[in-house]
Write a protein that binds this ligand. Sequence first.
Ligand SMILES: C[S@@+](CC[C@H](N)C(=O)[O-])C[C@H]1O[C@@H](n2cnc3c(N)ncnc32)[C@H](O)[C@@H]1O
Length: 263
Amino acid sequence: MTTPLERLLAATGLKRAARGAADWVDLAYSHIVEQLEAVAPRTHGRLLDVGCGVKPYEYIFRPYVSEYIGVEYAKTFDATANLTQAVKPDVFYDGKTLPFESRSFDTVISITVLEHTPDPQTVLNEIGRVVKKDGIVVVVAPFSFRLHEEPNDYFRYSPHGLRVMFDTAGLAVDEIWSQGDLWTVLGHKLNSYLAFRIARLDALAQMMGKLGHEDARTTSPRLWTFPLVLPAMGLVSGSARILDRIAPDGSETLSYQVIGRVK
Ligand SMILES: C[S@@+](CC[C@H](N)C(=O)[O-])C[C@H]1O[C@@H](n2cnc3c(N)ncnc32)[C@H](O)[C@@H]1O
């Protein structure tokens, strides 16, 4: 079922522009994309995306790698994936043992997956097993993010915990990048409240290809809130970016991107 607003967006070609604006306002997505774009030139060869979902970041890595394979845990993927998305994983597995030879990938990435498994160390150990000795590992894990994909939402991560987990998996940590400071965290939480509780943008966001891995939403947007809420969200995102620069506080962040390799 599509709403008149969704049909209007699709018919007028405004969907693309609306998606671009939504991505800019979405501070979590913006930081993830920005940092994946920064690390992508360091990736190469055969790439494995562990917990790939609907592969929203494949386009960032494609220019640098020879192969892009997405693997998923069938149980959680089927339980929460918004199956209206056309893109599917290449391989499904049991969530424990990756069905690949040891040392068979030049690049292994895993983006916002470690919070969604009750046994994240096993997933990281497997990443440490399949990556080649001269390969690169890129993991993004949240530090402060609202509950999502429930009930499969188990953990949040500090940089110190991630270092211990990498070490246990036989991986050395080269760099850890935080994704936004205090103001980004505050801004993101305020904007999530405005978007989901006040304007009820969930279904519209999914129509634009966002919230791709969450269960299908059917909420009707509250159109009358748009003239106030949409500019407010833009203002919040812009202000958060500026305040992170002029009044940084790195004791808070949305998530961390870890770049590692075999020890
Ligand atoms: C928040 S989604 C992220 C999907 C994708 N990486 C992205 O950034 O859009 C978390 C994903 O982790 C997957 N997942 C959960 N447990 C897993 C496991 N043990 N191994 C691999 N993927 C798993 C879920 O099925 C889900 O697709």
